[in-house]
Structure formats: structure tokens, C-alpha cells
Design a binder for this molecule. Structure first.
Ligand SMILES: [Zn+2]
Length: 274
């Protein structure tokens, strides 16, 4: 699923097409993706509104609108937003289209149909439970230490918990734990100060590098122009097959399941819980 670097890339690449333009129409092929308000109200209220800005919070995209409300999208498992000319016919799996007054149409493609949209007065009604943004300057090792303090869940699960830190999911959790040499089953509260500092550095370095590479094109992630990202070429353990070798010293990578998430790690680089 798209995580922070993928959603950030989508946001960056949509801005030039969207901001300053007006929504001239909405086509919905799958009404189930509108969470709030009713489908009829969602469509009628959107039409005619200008897009003032687009930002990302965690894995959410937030469009601020001239009518003092916010359109929020979450791509969930398999969503992507594709920029097309107004005349483009929807391809398979396109669940919604936003038509703009500049001749651009944004196609919400979502094979698995988990994507969600909201139209709300206040974006924080949807995003208020999110933890800190890991790339903002306020996210210090001390903040990470406080988020993990007294937590008796495995660190892998805590990294994927959006209320602990916003934006990290399965892929980047595996990559950051490998880079920080921390076993995914270590409990949050068991991490030393030095380990927390290593993890903090790894989170920021890996997320930034993945944004530079325009996200990881595994599964259904496409950039708005239909192109792919290349971040997955840097992956050391995530999405590797178990039995493939650790790039550091050739030990076979192992796969375990942590709270229902397939988790890849190197048993030598990431020593087990003792
Ligand atoms: Zn290794």
C-alpha cells in the first residue's frame, strides 16, 4: 500500500495540475468510497469549489477548498491518482473522476476498492488521532522515545501504528528496522537510547531517500503521470522472498508474521530478543 513517500510523491506531482483550479464535475463509479457526507451531497458540494492547496498528513491527502472545507482522500491498499485529459475514458478499476476547469481529470484508480474520500468542514475530524510527522523538525529522538515509552507491543507493530508515528507502513517499517539493526519483535519499551537514536536516523534517511526516488512501485502504486517510482530498488529486506540473502553478509532473510503483517528481517543483522 502507498506509504508516506508514495503519498508525498503523489501530492507533489498533483499540485501543479490542481492548485488554483476549480472542480467542474465529479463522476463516481463506486459510491462505497465516499465515507462522508452522503454521495449526493458529496458531489453537489464539490462542484464549483476551487482548490487552494494540497497537503499530506500521514497517508492522507488533504485538498483545501475555497468553500472552507476539505476533501480528504486515503488510497488504502491499492489506490492511485492519475492525471488525464478531460476526454480520457476511464480504464478498468477507476472508481471516481474529479474533473477540473483546466481540462484535467484526476482518475482515482483502485483495484481493491478500499480507497476512501471525505468532504468535511475540518480536516482534523479525520486526522486528529495521527501521531507526529516523522520528517518534520519537531520529530526528535526524544519524541520517538516518548512514543515508545512503556509500550509492550513489538516495535514492528508500533512503527506501523498511525497513532504512534504517521505515515509508516509495512515496507518502510521493515526497511528502517533493518537499517537500525533492531529485531521486529523487540518490545517498544525495551529499546535503549542508542537504539532509538539509530531508529530515528534510519526512519528519516529511508523516508527521504524514498521520496527522492518517487516512491516504491510494488503492487499497484503509480505516480500521477502513470510512471513508476524506483525506491524499491533500494530495499534491503522488504518485499524480498524469504531465503534471499541479506545484502550485508549473505545470511538468508527470514519472514515472520507480526500482528498479521508479513515481516522480513535478517536474523544476523537484527539479533533476536534474548
Ligand atoms: Zn544481515
Amino acid at each position: 500500500m502507498p506509504e508516506l513517500p508514495e503519498v508525498e510523491t503523489i501530492k507533489n506531482e498533483l499540485v501543479p495540475y490542481l492548485v488554483g483550479h476549480q472542480i467542474s464535475g465529479v463522476t463516481l463509479y463506486w459510491a462505497g468510497m465516499v465515507r462522508q457526507p452522503s454521495v449526493e451531497e458529496f458531489c453537489s458540494r464539490l462542484v464549483g469549489q476551487g482548490i487552494l492547496g494540497l497537503k499530506r498528513r500521514g497517508k492522507y491527502l488533504i485538498f483545501s477548498l475555497t468553500g472552507r472545507e476539505a476533501l480528504i482522500m486515503h488510497l488504502k491498499m491499492s489506490g492511485s491518482l492519475l492525471v488525464k485529459p478531460a476526454s480520457a475514458q476511464p480504464e478498468k478499476y477507476v472508481r471516481a473522476i474529479l474533473h477540473l476547469d483546466n481540462g484535467v481529470a484526476v482518475h482515482f484508480r483502485d483495484p481493491r476498492k478500499f480507497g476512501v474520500m471525505w468532504l468535511v468542514d475540518d480536516a482534523s475530524s479525520v486526522t486528529s488521532k495521527l501521531g507526529p510527522e516523522p520528517l518534520e523538525s519537531g520529530f526528535t529522538p526524544q519524541v520517538l522515545a516518548e512514543r515508545l515509552d512503556n509500550r509492550s507491543a513489538p516495535i514492528k507493530a508500533l512503527l506501523c501504528d498511525q497513532s504512534v508515528i504517521a505515515g509508516i507502513g509495512n515496507m518502510y517499517a521493515d526497511e528502517t528496522l533493518f537499517a537500525a539493526k533492531i529485531h521486529p519483535l523487540r518490545l517498544g519499551k525495551s529499546l535503549s537510547r542508542e537504539e532509538i537514536e539509530r531508529l530515528h536516523r534510519a526512519i528519516r534517511r529511508i523516508l527521504r531517500a524514498a521520496i527522492d526516488d518517487k516512491g516504491a512501485s510494488v503492487e499497484d502504486y503509480f505516480r500521477p503521470n502513470g510512471g513508476l517510482g524506483t525506491a524499491h530498488f533500494q530495499f534491503q529486506v522488504a518485499h524480498r522472498l524469504s531465503g534471499e540473502s541479506c545484502p550485508v553478509h549473505g545470511t538468508p532473510i527470514e519472514r515472520i508474521v507480526v500482528r498479521n503483517r508479513g515481516t522480513y528481517f535478517c536474523p544476523k543483522c537484527q539479533p533476536p530478543v534474548v
